[in-house]
Ligand binder design. Structure first.
Ligand SMILES: [Cu+2]
Length: 149
């Protein structure tokens, strides 16, 4: 009686283990198939992730600040044409955008510092082709390159 009971319990335990193993495999294969989908949209709204490129279109471009980062680390602009940068601050910290001839170089434009929920548009005079530097004066680590060409 006792032996038989033990045998049943053991069979149940093995069955449970098999089920658990199956569930684990099912879960991990789910993870595997969902990973490529989340990586897919390149250049879409990667909030907080540096590395995006924002391109001036019709003389304007919008940059969003969130989680102490701009949504683009490269701003592409046409040479010899003035353009505007609209900064949207979705962060709890204040931010601005200033553009310099190079890192630690002369300021070309110093944007107004704005707080959460605010938006400011700064005007950038026409530049020659080349690479320029931008950052937030409050958080100089928030920086990137203006590629004019
Ligand atoms: Cu900032």
């Amino acid at each position: 009686m006792n032996l038989r009971f033990f045998g049943l319990r053991r069979a149940a335990a093995i069955g449970l283990t098999t089920l658990l193993a199956f569930a684990l495999v099912a879960c991990s294969s789910d993870d595997g198939s969902s990973t490529p989908a989340s990586e897919a949209p390149a250049g879409s709204q990667a909030a907080g992730g540096n590395g995006g490129t924002a391109t001036v279109s019709n003389g304007e471009v919008t940059i969003t600040a969130a989680d102490l980062a701009f949504d683009a680390s490269t701003i592409e602009a046409p040479a010899g044409e003035a353009f505007t940068i609209t900064l949207v601050n979705n962060d709890s910290a204040p931010h601005n955008i200033s553009i310099f001839t190079e890192k630690d170089g002369d300021a070309i434009v110093q944007g107004e510092v704005i707080n959460q929920g605010e938006t400011v548009t700064i005007e950038v005079p026409a530049q020659e082709a080349g690479e320029y530097y931008f950052h937030c004066d409050v958080h100089p680590d928030m920086s990137g390159t203006v590629v004019v060409g």
